[in-house]
Design a protein around this ligand. Structure first.
Ligand code: VTB
Length: 328
């Protein structure tokens, strides 16, 4: 085996330590009603953990300008040296669900080769995603929700009434929700966390068949990175709502803001994706903290081998607090 592939494999496990560190740090704020404190804890812990990663890394998807801190910003260099890697991260995907103690908050990171991630501005993205094993193009971002649901039902050999569509619970989705219900599908509304919503389409146990709707564009890239590793189809298009969005898009030299991006357009080459559950979710259990032991549940996957590993880690929480939460 070449040195590069050994390094790759080690890096996959190192990536999990990074999301574990962020999830552990933010877990102290679950259900405490303070989104900002929860996010800050995740960002700081992830930043510290990333410093010791054996990469020559550059953040491509990071904390936006409205973030509380200036760390983990796009363009920041990270790591102690090693292979060149682009980094996409969401230290806490689901601030408000964490603050409210609701399900599906995650800490997420993805690594790609130089230039692997779509440089997306911090705007919205319209998304549609389905799991693996379906005919190419079974759903299309430009089709009506009813048509997509019918095509999906046909491909799965079920009635539309048996399909579950996951949609972010936002006023902007009133029409989408109405149309999907009218077509006969059941809707699973989520408060936040569309990365987990997209990934859940690939997991039969989640019972989610399709993800639809408008969420963050950075979340779209992270979700695409995950789909590169587990299969599934996804389409995304940036949503430019106003002058401010237009400026953000033009700054990144995106010449065609109407472009429909597929999974490979958003996350190309060899990709590694890792996530740790913060609150309990479809995909991963959240951090459990009892009698000085914190238990984390993570997954790590690589596009090269399509291996998906679930990792349960038992951390000496008292020791962690003493050492600082980043040395996991
Ligand atoms: C979604 C959701 C994220 O942003 O992408 C959402 O998945 C989109 O923004 O967890 P709005 O909240 O404005 O709808 C998050 O909530 C992260 O902030």
């Amino acid at each position: 085996m070449s040195k590069e592939s050994i390094a790759d494999r080690i890096l996959a496990l190192e990536a999990v330590r990074v999301t574990e560190a962020a999830a552990l740090a933010t877990s102290r704020y679950i259900g405490r009603g303070d989104e900002k404190a929860a996010d800050r804890a995740a960002v700081e812990a992830m930043h510290d953990a990333l410093k010791s990663l054996a990469i020559d890394g550059t953040i491509r998807i990071g904390e936006g300008p409205q973030s509380e801190t200036s760390i983990l910003a796009v363009g920041e260099k990270l790591g102690i040296g090693g292979p060149k890697a682009d980094v996409a991260l969401l230290p806490l995907e689901g601030h408000s669900i964490t603050a409210k103690g609701e399900p599906n908050a995650l800490s997420v990171i993805a690594l790609a080769e130089d230039g692997g991630f779509l440089n997306t501005p911090d705007v919205y993205m319209d998304k549609i995603a389905v799991g693996g094993g379906l005919p190419d193009g079974v759903v299309d971002l430009d089709e009506e929700p009813g048509t997509n649901l019918q095509e999906l039902a046909k491909a799965k050999g079920v009635e539309v009434g048996e399909l579950v569509a996951c949609i972010l619970d936002r006023p902007r989705h009133a029409e989408l929700i109405a149309k999907a219900r009218e077509a006969g599908a059941r809707i699973m509304l989520i408060g936040d966390g569309d990365v987990s919503g997209v990934i859940s389409t690939t997991q039969p146990e989640s019972r989610v068949d399709i993800y639809m709707g408008i969420g963050g564009a950075p979340q779209g890239v992270l979700a695409a990175a995950a789909l590169r590793c587990v299969g599934g189809q996804m389409w995304g298009r940036l949503v430019v709502r106003n002058k401010e969005d237009k400026i953000k898009v033009s700054r990144l030299e995106i010449t065609d803001p109407d472009r429909k991006y597929g999974v490979e357009d958003m996350a190309a080459g060899d990709v590694t994706f890792a996530a740790t559950g913060v609150t309990n979710g479809n995909m991963l259990a959240g951090v459990r903290n009892r009698q000085g032991v914190a238990v984390t549940h993570s997954l790590v996957m690589r596009s090269k081998t399509r291996t998906l590993r679930y990792i349960e880690a038992h951390h000496d929480f008292a020791g962690l607090v003493a050492r600082g939460p980043t040395v996991v």
